[in-house]
Design a protein around this ligand. Sequence first.
Ligand code: ADP
Ligand code: MG
Length: 565
Amino acid sequence: MAIKEFQAESKRLMDLMINSIYTHKEIFLRELISNASDAIDKLYYKSVSEGVTGLNREDFFIRIEADKDSRTLTITDNGVGMTPEELDSNLGVIAKSGSLQFKSENEKNDADVDIIGQFGVGFYSAFMVSSKVVVESKAFGAEKGALWVSEGLEGYEITETDWNERGTRITLSIKPDTEEENYSEFLDQYRLSHLVKRYSDYIRYPIKMEMQRSRRKEGSGEEGKEPEYETYFEEEILNSMVPLWKKSKSEVTDEELNNFYKEKFGDWQDPLRVIRTSTEGAATYTALLFVPGTAPYNYYTRDFEKGLQLYASGVLIMDKCADLLPDCFSFIRGLVDSQDLSLNISREMLQHDRQLKLIAGRLEKKIASELKSMLENDREKYEEFWRSFGLQIKYGMYEGYGAKKDELKDLVLFTSSNEKKLTSLKEYFGRMKPEQSCIYYGCGESAGRILALPQAEALMEKGYELLCLTDDVDEFALKMLEKYEEKEFKNITAEGLDLQSDEEKQHTKELADENKGLLEAMGKALEGKVQEVKLNAGLGSHPAALSTQGAISAEMEKVLNNMPA
Ligand code: ADP
Ligand code: MG
């Protein structure tokens, strides 16, 4: 058969494909493995729906072989295969997806066909790393196999082949290395096994590779003899096949979850909490989330990138999908697996974010409720969490509006004058005196300093509790919240703290009138430094204190002045 040219459109698309659609060359492996998995799924589906006997799920496999000498990489599957006509139409026309067709044909039968392919371009990503691609394939039930070969843009040829096994074998001639690009890495067994783990770990069929290993020859290295080594080969299954998050809760131990977290997200510490959730309906997804124990070193810097891993039907699409996490929960690590995402053509991004927004919204609520239950039922752990990430929650409250504030207000803790322990607003509220009209707070460098403020003493004498705000964002966050259970927040150094009874007030007024001259003289002496000198009976044992007028406290003013313009 003569060389067939790709259709003109295909040629242009192929050029685009090879040069610009994908950001990482390495994903070619993901694409070819996904195709192999689709091919097995199709055959498996056939076997079930048409009652074909003699096919066992356990017999299906995908195999990878790398040969450094011939610079070839081979990917074999024993799936449904392709007839010569299918080779022509599926691989000769770019953007024609046999898989999409299969899916639409079979979806009518109400089958749950979880097939990955849909755009008909993934296969061509092989040309990003290959100078030549050979596809040998024998369709299920066919007599003979056929061979498809192409060296890229020029076209392809279909001929006969001796290869006579059901399924498809794709042989890539890996390009020679250039100064800019290293292609040889795709012939390295460790690199390949790493790529399989990274992108295709949850493909449901075993992905096998012969690993070359070395061992000491028996008897060598003993009794003064030189150690000698020999190489041997061992077949390994590279993928774990069943995602941990797809197993039922009773099948997975806490230890497995902790190890999974540590391995996947590079933490040395167990997570404080594991959140598992799956939903069906408007958005079908499974999420496995972790609350880490400590913040990564760059957490509070611009370098930190938030996001969850995103899988589509078990294949990794994105490593850090930022849209899935609100900023206030940016510390969460984990993943989301969904089969109904609209992916763009490179499968590196999502087409529409409606689905994603829906998932993100639900996850946010779930995270908030899990943190709340942690606060209520596992106080010690929550406080550990709070020390690492409390600041972020407070920033979230400051930046939040509407529902966000409500979501966060019961997650916030402050050190309180009550035994100097951390307290939530709810707990503070529960301890309020019947006549107490406000939630009191003071600001300063440390709880110790705040509790030593003159106004604090008077407040505590009354039996009122005081929140100690020691982070810059604290007072801003409370101002955003405005009220908690209809109780206003009040800075104890603000003017008009109003702790006195009417009688006491009357007495203070009389004293002030009597000493009018003195107060005026003091005001004169401090002119330019203070606005007014007033008598204040609410200072406990202290003779004097500073207080501020207006909505901005002295501490807030300090923070605002220190902010970069
Ligand atoms: P997609 O997977 O999005 O459909 P691809 O470009 O990756 O597009 O593949 C094009 C088509 O080629 C597939 O839809 C499928 O019909 C066929 N194909 C590719 N690889 C295989 C394979 N290993 N076995 C059987 N058919 C295959
Ligand atoms: Mg594909």
